[in-house]
Write a protein that binds this ligand. Structure first.
Ligand code: PAF
Length: 281
Protein backbone atom coordinates (compact mmCIF):
# COMPACT_ATOMS: atom_id res chain seq x y z
CA UNK A 1 0.00 0.00 0.00
CA UNK A 2 1.24 3.49 -0.81
CA UNK A 3 1.54 5.80 2.19
CA UNK A 4 2.53 9.45 1.78
CA UNK A 5 3.53 11.82 4.56
CA UNK A 6 4.23 14.80 2.32
CA UNK A 7 1.77 16.66 0.12
CA UNK A 8 4.38 17.17 -2.65
CA UNK A 9 4.82 13.37 -2.94
CA UNK A 10 1.08 12.81 -2.94
CA UNK A 11 0.52 15.49 -5.59
CA UNK A 12 3.34 14.09 -7.76
CA UNK A 13 1.84 10.61 -7.53
CA UNK A 14 -1.69 11.80 -8.39
CA UNK A 15 -0.71 14.19 -11.22
CA UNK A 16 -0.63 11.55 -14.00
CA UNK A 17 -4.07 10.26 -12.97
CA UNK A 18 -5.47 13.79 -13.02
CA UNK A 19 -3.96 14.57 -16.41
CA UNK A 20 -5.43 11.44 -17.99
CA UNK A 21 -8.87 12.23 -16.49
CA UNK A 22 -9.07 9.34 -14.00
CA UNK A 23 -11.62 9.84 -11.25
CA UNK A 24 -10.23 10.29 -7.76
CA UNK A 25 -12.33 9.38 -4.72
CA UNK A 26 -11.36 10.86 -1.38
CA UNK A 27 -12.23 9.90 2.19
CA UNK A 28 -10.88 12.44 4.71
CA UNK A 29 -10.61 11.03 8.25
CA UNK A 30 -8.97 11.63 11.60
CA UNK A 31 -8.10 7.92 11.87
CA UNK A 32 -9.26 5.50 14.59
CA UNK A 33 -11.11 3.89 11.73
CA UNK A 34 -14.27 1.85 12.16
CA UNK A 35 -16.77 0.18 9.85
CA UNK A 36 -18.37 3.54 9.04
CA UNK A 37 -15.11 4.75 7.49
CA UNK A 38 -14.65 1.43 5.71
CA UNK A 39 -18.10 1.76 4.14
CA UNK A 40 -17.08 5.19 2.77
CA UNK A 41 -13.92 3.64 1.36
CA UNK A 42 -15.87 0.79 -0.25
CA UNK A 43 -18.21 3.30 -1.90
CA UNK A 44 -15.26 5.33 -3.16
CA UNK A 45 -13.45 2.26 -4.54
CA UNK A 46 -16.66 1.29 -6.35
CA UNK A 47 -17.20 4.76 -7.86
CA UNK A 48 -13.67 5.87 -8.78
CA UNK A 49 -10.47 4.83 -10.55
CA UNK A 50 -8.31 5.82 -7.59
CA UNK A 51 -9.14 6.21 -3.88
CA UNK A 52 -7.22 8.34 -1.38
CA UNK A 53 -7.79 8.37 2.38
CA UNK A 54 -6.26 10.97 4.67
CA UNK A 55 -5.57 10.30 8.33
CA UNK A 56 -4.95 13.54 10.15
CA UNK A 57 -6.09 14.61 13.60
CA UNK A 58 -6.76 18.26 12.85
CA UNK A 59 -5.91 20.41 15.88
CA UNK A 60 -7.78 23.52 14.72
CA UNK A 61 -11.20 21.85 14.86
CA UNK A 62 -10.90 20.92 18.55
CA UNK A 63 -12.24 23.59 20.84
CA UNK A 64 -11.37 21.43 23.85
CA UNK A 65 -7.63 20.64 24.38
CA UNK A 66 -8.45 17.53 26.44
CA UNK A 67 -10.58 16.16 23.59
CA UNK A 68 -7.67 16.70 21.17
CA UNK A 69 -5.21 15.05 23.52
CA UNK A 70 -7.47 12.05 24.12
CA UNK A 71 -8.48 11.59 20.51
CA UNK A 72 -7.53 7.98 19.65
CA UNK A 73 -4.52 7.61 17.36
CA UNK A 74 -4.19 4.12 15.88
CA UNK A 75 -2.45 4.56 12.52
CA UNK A 76 -0.97 1.04 12.24
CA UNK A 77 -4.33 -0.61 12.93
CA UNK A 78 -5.98 1.88 10.56
CA UNK A 79 -3.64 0.91 7.74
CA UNK A 80 -4.41 -2.79 8.28
CA UNK A 81 -8.12 -2.05 8.06
CA UNK A 82 -7.73 0.02 4.89
CA UNK A 83 -5.87 -2.90 3.25
CA UNK A 84 -8.89 -5.15 3.88
CA UNK A 85 -10.95 -2.88 1.61
CA UNK A 86 -8.27 -2.65 -1.11
CA UNK A 87 -4.46 -2.66 -1.09
CA UNK A 88 -4.60 -0.06 -3.88
CA UNK A 89 -5.99 2.68 -1.64
CA UNK A 90 -3.53 5.55 -1.24
CA UNK A 91 -2.99 6.76 2.33
CA UNK A 92 -2.03 10.33 3.20
CA UNK A 93 -0.81 10.80 6.79
CA UNK A 94 0.72 14.28 7.04
CA UNK A 95 2.09 15.90 10.19
CA UNK A 96 0.61 19.07 11.70
CA UNK A 97 3.62 20.98 10.37
CA UNK A 98 3.10 19.62 6.88
CA UNK A 99 -0.53 20.78 6.86
CA UNK A 100 -0.09 24.09 8.70
CA UNK A 101 3.55 25.04 8.07
CA UNK A 102 4.14 26.28 11.62
CA UNK A 103 0.96 28.41 11.70
CA UNK A 104 -1.68 26.17 13.25
CA UNK A 105 -4.59 28.58 12.75
CA UNK A 106 -7.94 28.33 11.05
CA UNK A 107 -9.16 30.61 8.33
CA UNK A 108 -12.54 32.20 8.96
CA UNK A 109 -15.48 31.06 6.82
CA UNK A 110 -19.08 32.00 6.27
CA UNK A 111 -21.25 29.01 5.49
CA UNK A 112 -24.42 31.08 5.13
CA UNK A 113 -25.44 30.51 8.73
CA UNK A 114 -25.03 26.71 8.78
CA UNK A 115 -22.02 27.23 11.04
CA UNK A 116 -24.03 28.98 13.77
CA UNK A 117 -26.41 26.11 14.54
CA UNK A 118 -25.98 23.18 16.94
CA UNK A 119 -22.33 22.01 16.81
CA UNK A 120 -21.35 25.51 15.71
CA UNK A 121 -22.70 27.17 18.85
CA UNK A 122 -21.59 24.37 21.17
CA UNK A 123 -18.08 24.06 19.71
CA UNK A 124 -16.93 27.60 18.85
CA UNK A 125 -14.45 27.67 15.97
CA UNK A 126 -15.03 24.00 15.13
CA UNK A 127 -16.32 24.55 11.60
CA UNK A 128 -13.63 27.09 10.75
CA UNK A 129 -11.15 24.31 11.64
CA UNK A 130 -13.03 21.78 9.53
CA UNK A 131 -13.33 24.22 6.59
CA UNK A 132 -9.63 25.07 6.78
CA UNK A 133 -8.42 21.49 6.70
CA UNK A 134 -10.94 20.17 4.18
CA UNK A 135 -10.10 23.02 1.78
CA UNK A 136 -6.37 22.27 2.06
CA UNK A 137 -6.94 18.53 1.61
CA UNK A 138 -9.17 19.08 -1.43
CA UNK A 139 -6.47 21.31 -2.96
CA UNK A 140 -3.82 18.60 -2.55
CA UNK A 141 -5.93 15.59 -3.53
CA UNK A 142 -8.07 17.20 -6.25
CA UNK A 143 -10.85 14.68 -5.74
CA UNK A 144 -13.61 14.06 -8.22
CA UNK A 145 -15.80 12.82 -5.36
CA UNK A 146 -15.41 13.13 -1.59
CA UNK A 147 -17.26 10.94 0.90
CA UNK A 148 -18.59 12.01 4.30
CA UNK A 149 -20.72 10.13 6.81
CA UNK A 150 -24.17 11.44 7.69
CA UNK A 151 -23.39 10.98 11.39
CA UNK A 152 -21.76 14.40 11.13
CA UNK A 153 -24.69 15.71 9.12
CA UNK A 154 -23.95 19.36 9.86
CA UNK A 155 -20.36 18.87 8.74
CA UNK A 156 -21.61 17.24 5.53
CA UNK A 157 -23.84 20.27 4.76
CA UNK A 158 -20.98 22.63 5.59
CA UNK A 159 -18.56 20.84 3.28
CA UNK A 160 -21.15 21.01 0.49
CA UNK A 161 -21.42 24.76 1.15
CA UNK A 162 -17.61 25.13 1.21
CA UNK A 163 -17.32 23.50 -2.20
CA UNK A 164 -20.12 25.67 -3.61
CA UNK A 165 -18.69 28.91 -2.23
CA UNK A 166 -15.10 28.15 -3.21
CA UNK A 167 -16.13 26.86 -6.64
CA UNK A 168 -14.30 23.60 -6.10
CA UNK A 169 -15.03 20.92 -8.71
CA UNK A 170 -15.74 18.23 -6.11
CA UNK A 171 -18.89 16.16 -5.75
CA UNK A 172 -19.56 15.80 -2.02
CA UNK A 173 -21.34 12.54 -1.27
CA UNK A 174 -23.13 11.85 2.02
CA UNK A 175 -23.25 8.20 3.11
CA UNK A 176 -25.65 6.61 5.61
CA UNK A 177 -24.72 6.26 9.28
CA UNK A 178 -23.19 2.88 10.17
CA UNK A 179 -24.46 1.55 13.50
CA UNK A 180 -23.44 -1.07 16.03
CA UNK A 181 -25.92 -3.96 16.27
CA UNK A 182 -27.47 -2.18 19.29
CA UNK A 183 -28.03 1.01 17.26
CA UNK A 184 -25.13 3.12 18.57
CA UNK A 185 -23.78 5.26 15.72
CA UNK A 186 -20.21 4.25 14.94
CA UNK A 187 -17.70 6.91 15.92
CA UNK A 188 -13.99 7.02 16.67
CA UNK A 189 -14.93 8.42 20.07
CA UNK A 190 -16.74 5.17 20.96
CA UNK A 191 -13.28 3.72 21.57
CA UNK A 192 -13.21 5.82 24.73
CA UNK A 193 -16.39 4.19 26.09
CA UNK A 194 -16.30 1.08 28.27
CA UNK A 195 -18.26 -1.98 27.08
CA UNK A 196 -20.95 -1.11 29.61
CA UNK A 197 -21.17 2.47 28.36
CA UNK A 198 -21.49 1.28 24.77
CA UNK A 199 -24.51 -0.74 25.83
CA UNK A 200 -25.98 2.27 27.68
CA UNK A 201 -25.33 4.49 24.66
CA UNK A 202 -27.80 2.42 22.60
CA UNK A 203 -30.39 4.53 24.43
CA UNK A 204 -29.54 7.49 22.17
CA UNK A 205 -30.75 5.78 19.01
CA UNK A 206 -33.74 4.31 20.85
CA UNK A 207 -34.87 7.83 21.81
CA UNK A 208 -34.24 9.15 18.29
CA UNK A 209 -36.48 6.42 16.89
CA UNK A 210 -39.17 7.25 19.43
CA UNK A 211 -38.90 10.90 18.40
CA UNK A 212 -39.35 9.89 14.76
CA UNK A 213 -42.46 7.90 15.64
CA UNK A 214 -43.91 10.78 17.70
CA UNK A 215 -43.11 13.32 14.98
CA UNK A 216 -45.80 11.67 12.80
CA UNK A 217 -48.61 12.90 15.08
CA UNK A 218 -47.18 15.42 17.53
CA UNK A 219 -45.88 18.92 17.09
CA UNK A 220 -42.22 19.98 17.22
CA UNK A 221 -42.25 21.23 20.80
CA UNK A 222 -43.99 18.11 22.11
CA UNK A 223 -41.37 15.90 20.50
CA UNK A 224 -38.54 18.09 21.83
CA UNK A 225 -39.99 17.95 25.35
CA UNK A 226 -40.37 14.19 25.11
CA UNK A 227 -36.69 13.72 24.20
CA UNK A 228 -35.49 16.15 26.88
CA UNK A 229 -37.55 14.32 29.51
CA UNK A 230 -36.31 10.92 28.32
CA UNK A 231 -32.67 11.98 28.84
CA UNK A 232 -33.47 13.71 32.13
CA UNK A 233 -34.66 10.33 33.43
CA UNK A 234 -31.23 8.84 32.65
CA UNK A 235 -28.81 11.00 34.63
CA UNK A 236 -25.76 9.17 33.27
CA UNK A 237 -26.41 11.21 30.11
CA UNK A 238 -25.92 14.93 30.07
CA UNK A 239 -27.97 16.27 27.17
CA UNK A 240 -26.27 19.19 25.40
CA UNK A 241 -29.02 19.67 22.86
CA UNK A 242 -31.80 18.02 20.96
CA UNK A 243 -32.99 20.01 17.96
CA UNK A 244 -35.46 19.37 15.20
CA UNK A 245 -34.06 21.28 12.26
CA UNK A 246 -34.66 21.88 8.57
CA UNK A 247 -32.30 19.49 6.76
CA UNK A 248 -31.12 22.13 4.28
CA UNK A 249 -30.69 25.25 6.41
CA UNK A 250 -30.23 23.46 9.77
CA UNK A 251 -32.37 26.18 11.35
CA UNK A 252 -34.20 24.66 14.34
CA UNK A 253 -37.95 24.42 13.86
CA UNK A 254 -40.61 25.44 16.34
CA UNK A 255 -43.57 24.51 14.16
CA UNK A 256 -43.93 22.01 11.33
CA UNK A 257 -43.86 23.31 7.77
CA UNK A 258 -43.65 21.55 4.45
CA UNK A 259 -39.93 20.74 4.80
CA UNK A 260 -37.56 17.83 5.39
CA UNK A 261 -36.65 17.63 9.08
CA UNK A 262 -34.00 15.84 11.09
CA UNK A 263 -33.58 15.33 14.81
CA UNK A 264 -30.07 16.14 16.04
CA UNK A 265 -28.69 15.21 19.43
CA UNK A 266 -25.45 15.77 21.37
CA UNK A 267 -24.93 14.12 24.76
CA UNK A 268 -22.12 13.49 27.18
CA UNK A 269 -21.73 9.97 28.55
CA UNK A 270 -18.83 9.23 30.92
CA UNK A 271 -17.08 12.37 29.73
CA UNK A 272 -17.31 11.32 26.06
CA UNK A 273 -19.28 13.57 23.73
CA UNK A 274 -21.56 11.66 21.35
CA UNK A 275 -23.66 13.02 18.49
CA UNK A 276 -26.30 11.35 16.35
CA UNK A 277 -29.20 12.30 14.10
CA UNK A 278 -32.21 10.82 12.37
CA UNK A 279 -34.38 11.77 9.42
CA UNK A 280 -37.87 12.52 10.78
CA UNK A 281 -40.07 12.66 7.67
O1 PAF B 1 -15.09 13.98 10.17
C1 PAF B 1 -13.86 14.03 10.39
O2 PAF B 1 -13.23 13.01 10.66
C2 PAF B 1 -13.14 15.36 10.30
O3 PAF B 1 -13.95 16.39 10.74
C3 PAF B 1 -12.57 15.64 8.89
C4 PAF B 1 -13.66 15.80 7.87
C5 PAF B 1 -11.62 14.53 8.49
C6 PAF B 1 -11.78 16.96 8.93
O4 PAF B 1 -10.73 16.90 9.83
Amino acid sequence: MLIFNYKADLEAHLAPYISKGSSIGFVPTMGALHNGHLSLLRQSVKDNNVTVISIFVNPTQFNNPEDLEKYPRTVDADIEQIATVSPDIIVFTPSVDEMYGGNTQSASFSFDGLEHQMEGSHRPGHFDGVGTIVKKLFEYVNPTRAYFGEKDFQQLQIVKKLVEKQNMPVQVIGCPITREPNGLAMSSRNQRLTGQDREKAAFIYKVLNEAKEKFKNEDVMQVKNYVEQAFAQHPEFELEYFEIADEDTLVPATVKENKKYRGFVAVMLSNVRLIDNISLN
